[in-house]
Design a protein around this ligand. Structure first.
Ligand SMILES: Nc1ncnc2c1ncn2[C@@H]1O[C@H](COP(=O)(O)OP(=O)(O)OP(=O)(O)O)[C@@H](O)[C@H]1O
Ligand SMILES: [Mg+2]
Length: 295
């Protein structure tokens, strides 16, 4: 029997650096993996944040560069070992910054992900594209051009008010000039300090005004465990007792919101989707105990 996959492609972006793109990518993918979905992360950043966050030593594997510049098949490049349950990775490395010099000048650089995504859509439910913090980078443009969903990641900071507006304008530009199919799946605030209420309010107002209904109900709190684990090449979900860690619970909620929106795409885009109720629907399909991977 042929297994059907959802084949949904989500670009995780924001032209600003250090706003949680990579952290959100790996944790939402890992949380969806816990729900039984097959997820692929393609690390499109030469800084290789997702690759390192998932514990893969930089420069040790071929990956995104080969995927974009050779005929290598997806299956020959994905890393499965040591990944969170249900997650595969196409790693990156610093040489990805030489991508432009390796592409023929006759190639349409906005379409360089098409081949990989055609393979990926038939094998994975969710494909996450972790992008570098430069809107003009070749991989960023290609990711925005080839995705149907855009997940905007933001840290609440006084400066992010301007950054958010810039990000909204970028997405509008992509829709106008390159990919009218690109839809904003949601704006997620992460690294949230519970004390900065006034700022949160202003940011919420901005999102509600420009993108009504698109902010995720779940925000991710500031939690020192995240950078600590990232330094060790691990996600929250690869730790024992992660089910007792509040920020891990937040990521599981956020992932269910992602799932709910993509599975109800038409209603969501029409603004007709009821707010997600966390308690009753979508129970975890695998218990945490079965998943603890402690190395
Ligand atoms: N909820 C959180 N609490 C505390 N620290 C966090 C949280 N989320 C992310 N961080 C830390 O903030 C830093 C930036 O996050 P991350 O690397 O995910 O951002 P990014 O947007 O991918 O950055 P870049 O643009 O450089 O790729 C990292 O050190 C990460 O560990
Ligand atoms: Mg990053």
């Amino acid at each position: 029997m042929v297994k059907m996959t959802l084949g949904i492609v989500i670009a995780v972006g924001n032209q600003k650096g250090g706003v949680g793109k990579t952290t959100n990518t790996v944790h939402i993918a890992a949380a969806l993996g816990l729900r039984g979905y097959q997820c692929l992360i393609i690390d499109l950043d030469p800084a290789a944040g997702a690759t390192r966050h998932l514990g893969v030593p930089e420069n040790s594997f071929a990956g995104a560069l080969e995927l974009l510049t050779t005929d290598e098949m997806l299956g020959g490049l994905v890393i499965e070992e040591g990944m969170p349950a249900g997650v595969h990775l196409i790693p990156s490395r610093p040489q990805l910054s030489e991508l432009d010099s390796l592409l023929s000048k006759f190639v349409d650089k906005t379409r360089i992900l098409d081949r990989a995504l055609a393979m990926g859509r038939s094998q994975y439910d969710f494909i996450f594209l972790d992008t570098p913090p430069t809107a003009a980078a070749t991989t960023t443009v290609a990711a925005y051009a080839a995705s149907e969903w855009f997940l905007l990641s933001a840290f609440p900071h006084p400066l992010s008010l301007g950054g958010l507006t810039e990000a909204f304008n970028d997405i509008a530009d992509v829709r106008n000039h390159r990919n009218p199919e690109l839809e904003i799946l949601g704006v997620v605030f992460t690294n949230v300090d519970g004390r900065a209420r006034r700022l949160r309010y202003e940011l919420d107002e901005l999102v509600n005004r420009v993108l009504p209904g698109r902010r995720f109900r779940t925000s991710i709190s500031q939690a020192i465990i995240i950078p600590t684990l990232s330094g060790k090449g691990r996600t929250l979900f690869q730790c024992a007792k992660h089910d007792q860690v509040p920020v891990a619970q937040q990521y599981r909620r956020l992932a269910t919101e992602v799932e709910y929106r993509v599975l109800n795409r038409d209603k969501f885009l029409e603004g007709q989707l009821q707010p997600f109720e966390f308690d009753s629907a979508y129970p975890p399909i695998v218990t945490a105990d079965e998943l603890v991977v402690v190395q």
